[in-house]
Write a protein that binds this ligand. Sequence first.
Ligand code: ADE
Length: 228
Amino acid sequence: MRIDIVTIFPTFFDALDISLLGKAKTSGLIELGVHDLRDFTHDRHRTVDDTPYGGGAGMVMKPEPWGEALDGLLAESSDPLVIFPSPAGEVFTQATARALAEEAHLVFGCGRYEGIDQRVFDDTAERARVKLVSMGDYVLNGGEVAVMAMIEAIGRLIPGVVGNPESLVEESHENGLLEYPSYTKPAVWRGREVPPILLSGNHGAIAAWRREQQLERTRRVRPDLLGD
Ligand code: ADE
């Protein structure tokens, strides 16, 4: 998969060199391009924002640098999907991550300040598929942290990125439930025992216990996932 990111803070994405995603980059499973929006400005101050028409607090990102940055990136593949993180977008879920993991080329545009001039979305949508995606009902200072989270959730679903694909099957949200509690050695720690069923060797009973734990935890913490 190819991933391009346009941002005024390229170093935010240095962390993508770490851990499983770093390995996926090195091995070529993920091809990452991080682009500084200011490289597409032409004034001495490398200006990316201006005051809003109609008045109001804060600054709005100017359309010209965005247009130039996206023109170049959209020309580089046949059917890119452009994602703008925004609290005004559709909420990102595991289902979103699964769908986006099937894409060949994702372009993320990280807004800052009070957002990006609306014409950037409208203009881009004439040439490519565009989605506004929110990380949840809260406000971040900009899209960078949201894009980091999305890339991690999407990247680990790309075949080969996570060493043991079975570990993807039983985790939270994959079957609509929260994951069951996990234990490792020692069998007793600070007087706390591992549930004996997990030491029984009875795989059917263990699977049933885990399922019950998932249901109990989901009912208690996230009844909305069960439609309750
Ligand atoms: N930018 C600011 N807040 C955001 C959010 N909740 N999700 C995605 N992008 C954002």
